[in-house]
Write a protein of this length. Sequence first.
Length: 313
Amino acid sequence: MDPSLMIPLAVAAAVAAGIWALMSAFDSKDDRVAERLQELKDPRKRGGGGDETSGKEAGVSQMFKKAAPTLSKAFQPKTDLEQDKLSVKLANAGFNSPNASVFYLATKMACMAVGLVVGGGIGLVVQGFKMETMISVILGAGLGMYLPDIILTLMVRGRQEKIFLSLPDALDLMVVCVESGLGLDAAMRRVAIELDESAPEICAELNHSNLQLQMGRNRREVLHDLGIRSGVDDVKALVAILIQADKFGSSIAKALRVQSDSMRIKRSQLAEERAAGTAVKMIFPLVLFIFPGIFVVLVGPAAIMMIRQLLTH
């Protein structure tokens, strides 16, 4: 076969494979056993009937849930350590569901397939059947595969920064609750209620911890999981202090007050550091946008007068 014909055939095969993978994944149906289990869970589905709610559930989201285990198989972690790292990273972004890793990996696979199809289509339209088209396919697939990782990393950073900034206020309120006679569990529950609107991220973590405590888990394990889920170093330090105070029977209110003071000082120092760096960051907008306008206003009239004098002479 002529080598010049192999490139367009490979591109067409790659695009067709991506389309077929998406269609086969989203068109997958449950077998009869799974259907019977769903009927046992929801009696409204028996008899083949369905209402408007069941019709909405059979949409794209429901099909994606069915196809998620199949799509995620290609990116499943090979070891338990990799699986734990992925679960911790998803928890740092706020995804604590047991199936979060499966849906994340399925989304990654779907994005790669979409990038492959889009890259191949753009390459065919712009460049035709050439070697550069295969490069477009590879770039599109790679961008689609790494796009969820980039988005997840940005979500983790943003959530950790919000938790860090709202932690001193939560600690102050927790100190007030503990010193007024409430226990640590009741204080965490009260803080989660009071700061639900202003600090939803840390309140979600406290609510999750309260739920685990109500289910009978050990307080030390719950506090340790709180530090791991948040991913913030200051929360981990607070958790370590609380575990030590609970272990040795020391005053929890005093430990919380010391940690609150140190967190507030650290937050003020961070604000001062960012304020000090503002002058350096303002140099580039000044040079690019403000200085040219000032230069035209100041030098423009003099330049016009000089040009007129030169033209008259």
